[in-house]
Design a protein around this ligand. Structure first.
Ligand code: NDP
Length: 327
């Protein structure tokens, strides 16, 4: 028997989440069984723990869209018992039981070996949010980061914190947008040189083009903020669109694309092929200073997750929550 956070839905459609004991026989089919060590709390986990945005198809469900741990049994020739592995994406924690469990059974195709230079806790301090931040920075690099500060929106959140630390480490001037002024010191500690108040960028677009300011942008917020930012990008600069914490709509015009050659780059961490995942994890190990990563971490245990799921949907979580599933 081992512990897992089980989410159930009753006949009235109300969900509940509690730590329960289950067995290996309860786990879904898969060719690799992993003794999970750490998982994390991402925005999608908030949706899967709570009433949900249609992400969970079948109940009972075990959320947790990422995990790191040690292979316990494997029918996949690429992995053997004792190997350290990391999982992000592939709809684990949404369509397939995830990492809020002391054991998980998954397809070997969804795993990558633990990147050298990171232990399982550090890998999950990065987690899906940090891995996505790295993909977003790599996409900006592929299209060329222009002179001028690089804007990071939703900066005190998971994606934003890691993007801020990576970009600063790479030598870019980072402007961090936050709705929480009390996080200014934290964001400066991660390397942000400018703190931008959320209200400054949250107004509906009045003019499709404003002064050219930003050499690039990692956007975790979407909505009106993204629309506004598009009109402030430097000529030919790119925005990596990662998330929708501020809304799924995009009340923008095509003018920034037509008259300033702005690139809007969609970032999807879920369906990344193996080679891309390896490349991004190697870059994380190289370009994310571990002291900065440590400054982002808030520790948690399985029983904390129902409350943390609610907090992240309200934008109240700072940095990265690392869940020790064996504590
Ligand atoms: P967090 O909740 O940790 O961070 C989001 C941040 O956005 C908050 O901390 C807050 O930052 C800001 N924010 C929240 N609500 C609003 C609002 N109404 N208006 C403006 N800003 C707001 O989430 P994550 O960093 O884990 O994820 C961020 C987004 O990225 C989510 O939408 C998530 O689903 C998406 N995502 C997408 C992935 C992909 O593959 N494309 C992978 C991972 C995440 P502050 O307080 O500093 O303003």
């Amino acid at each position: 028997m081992f512990n897992a956070l089980i989410v159930n839905k009753n006949e009235e459609g109300k969900t509940s989440a509690a730590v329960e004991q289950i067995t290996l026989d309860d786990l879904p089919a898969g060719d690799v069984t992993v003794a999970v060590e750490y998982s994390t709390v991402n925005y999608k986990d908030g949706l899967c723990i709570g009433p949900g945005g249609g992400l969970v198809r079948n109940y009972p469900h075990i959320p947790g869209i990422d995990f790191a741990g040690t292979v316990e049994a494997s029918d996949d020739a690429r992995y053997k018992a004792g190997d350290k592995v990391v999982l992000t994406g592939w709809r684990v924690g949404e369509a397939h039981w995830g990492g809020y469990s002391q054991k998980a059974r998954v397809s070997g195709d969804w795993l990558v070996p633990l990147p050298s230079g990171l232990d399982t806790r550090q890998a999950m301090a990065v987690g899906t949010a940090g891995f996505t931040a790295m993909l977003a920075v790599m996409a900006l690099e592929d299209h060329g980061i222009k002179d001028g500060p690089v804007l990071v929106t939703g900066a005190a959140g998971g994606v934003g914190s890691v993007a801020t630390a990576i970009l600063a480490h790479l030598g870019h001037e980072v402007a961090a947008v936050t709705g929480r002024p009390e996080t200014a010191e934290y964001l400066s500690g991660l390397g942000a040189t400018q703190i931008v108040a959320r209200e400054e960028l949250n107004e509906t677009v009045k003019r499709p083009l404003e002064a050219e300011v930003w050499g690039g942008c990692v956007d975790a917020v979407g909505g009106e903020m993204l629309a506004r930012v598009l009109g402030q990008m430097k000529y030919g600069a790119s925005v990596s669109a990662v998330g929708l914490a501020g809304g799924a709509g995009l009340p923008a015009t095509v003018i920034p694309f037509l008259l300033r050659g702005v690139n809007l780059l969609g970032i999807d961490s879920v369906m990344q092929p193996y080679e891309n995942r390896l490349r991004a994890w190697e870059r994380v190990a190289k370009d994310l200073p571990m002291d900065k990563l440590e400054a982002m971490v808030q520790p948690a245990v399985l029983s904390d997750l129902p409350a943390l799921g609610r907090d992240i949907l309200k934008g109240q979580v700072k940095g990265r929550v690392v869940v020790d599933v064996n504590a």
